[in-house]
Design a protein around this ligand. Structure first.
Ligand code: FAD
Length: 404
């Protein structure tokens, strides 16, 4: 009989402690510096690659965990250290997941190693889908991919916005419309190999938070890629387009499932930030004395901390449930993947805000990391689908209605 348990296995505990050690000893001490510099922390990516935390083998080992919990556990710990550096290390996995999700085996073998580089000389990868006119509305994508049969090449033209690692990546995975009349179902993903002419990212974006993570606009001007760069291959694409033209919904449901699978991991990152802020505020509240007693002895402060802890634990349980469901091929009948990311993102924003409040003036200045966590947390109600889009997914799933 199947046994229910929330105890982590020995391997999961070892993974958690190992990533936590790296986050505490290497990532957190460097966080303020890279936040100020607003630069990709290459030396830290290199350290992560050296110990085996950055690379395909690590990701594959996490995916192999039959409970699905390894990836959220590792993400929570790393992002507890710092979210900007965390995304510099784990941002590549977005592109890798796209190659893994849509690519054929020989495409995995060719491109995944190039996404990571090697331990001595690590590289990063970018997944470029958002556009200036197509954010939440992915169906409005204007980037076009046209097949040049004579040369067996795809020609990409368009503009991508907010690409993590855009322009500094070795491999860019770019989504484009092959048949605009089909909206989101007429789109495909392409690998743009290192050094391909026509791909440029001249404008690096300056952000509120996650400042160690590079974000840029990406321009595609007659970018020619070999036919083998279409993820999944041309035959599968043509079949998929035919199905979409005849009104079948399978293709968009596949895309939905991919998002539902990746969202718990993003939720775990948000929980890492929230936990960092909660732990810091708890210690501060025990040590800070006003009116002759530690501020935690006031219920107003103690109850705020109790709420913070309760919300973090609730969010983590939703993340773990969705990760377990995804790994075990359960159907997301109520948009459980979206639900977990929605809750975790909003908890991260609320908890970091409360942490600033508990520190008072000290929470507002850069002598303490809490203001940085507050800035970093906000992205988690925006990227990988905004909170409103998560609510749309959940409300459509529970009602079966076309909620707008
Ligand atoms: C730091 C950072 C890193 C990123 N990294 C990547 C990346 O690596 N790759 C990538 O492709 N993209 C990336 N993005 C883009 C990100 O995914 C988008 O910003 C996000 O999906 C929202 O799109 P938008 O900014 O165009 O907002 P919009 O879609 O314009 O939304 C604006 C507001 O309107 C609301 N809204 C829109 N439609 C509806 C609706 N139907 N109902 C209710 N409310 C609605 C939204 O919730 C939001 O509050 C990144 C963004 C940032 C800031």
């Amino acid at each position: 009989m199947a046994e229910f348990s929330l105890d982590l296995s020995e391997e999961q505990r070892d993974l958690r402690d190992w990533v936590h050690g790296f986050a505490a000893e290497v990532v957190r001490p460097a966080a303020a510096e890279w936040d100020e510099r607003e630069e990709t922390p290459w030396p830290i990516i290199q350290e992560a690659a050296k110990i085996g935390l950055y690379g395909f083998e690590f990701l594959a080992n996490c995916w192999a965990d039959p409970t699905g919990l390894s990836l959220p556990i590792a993400n929570e710990e790393l992002f507890w250290g710092d979210a900007g550096i965390g995304l510099s290390i784990f941002g590549t996995s977005l592109a890798v997941a796209a190659i893994y999700g849509s690519g054929e085996p020989d495409q995995l073998v060719e491109w995944v190693p190039q996404c990571f580089g090697d331990a001595a000389n690590p590289a990063v990868a970018a997944f470029c889908t958002t556009e200036p006119e197509a954010g939440s509305d992915v169906g409005a994508m204007r980037t076009r991919a046209v097949y040049d049969e004579a040369r067996d090449e795809w020609v990409l033209n368009g503009q991508k916005a907010f690409a993590t690692n855009g322009g500094i990546a070795n491999v860019h995975v770019v989504t484009a419309s092959v048949d605009p009349a089909l909206g989101a179902r007429g789109q495909a993903a392409f690998v743009v190999p290192p050094g391909t002419p026509g791909l440029t990212a001249t404008r690096k974006l300056h952000k509120l938070g996650l400042r160690a993570s590079h974000t840029a606009d990406v321009f595609l001007d007659d970018v020619r890629v070999p036919g083998r760069c279409l993820l999944g291959g041309r035959e599968a694409l043509l079949e998929r387009l035919d199905r979409a033209r005849s009104g079948q919904r399978a293709a968009s449901q596949a895309a939905m499932r991919t998002f539902e699978l990746s969202r718990p991991t993003v939720g775990a990152q948000a929980i890492g930030i929230a936990r960092a802020a909660y732990e810091y505020a708890l210690e501060y509240a025990k040590g800070r004395v006003q009116f002759g007693r530690p501020i935690i002895e006031n219920q107003a402060v103690a109850f705020a901390l109790a709420d913070m802890r309760t919300e973090i634990d609730a969010a983590r349980l939703l993340v773990w449930r969705a990760a377990w469901m995804g790994r075990n091929n359960r159907t997301f009948e109520a948009g459980e993947g979206s639900m977990s990311k929605l809750k975790a993102g909003e908890v991260a924003v609320a908890v970091t805000e409360k942490a600033v409040q508990i520190l008072g003036g000290a929470g507002y200045v850069r002598d303490h990391p809490v203001e940085r966590w507050y800035r970093d947390a906000k992205i988690y109600t925006i990227f990988e689908g905004t909170s409103e889009i998560q609510r749309l997914v959940v409300s459509r799933a529970i009602s079966g209605m076309q909620i707008r």
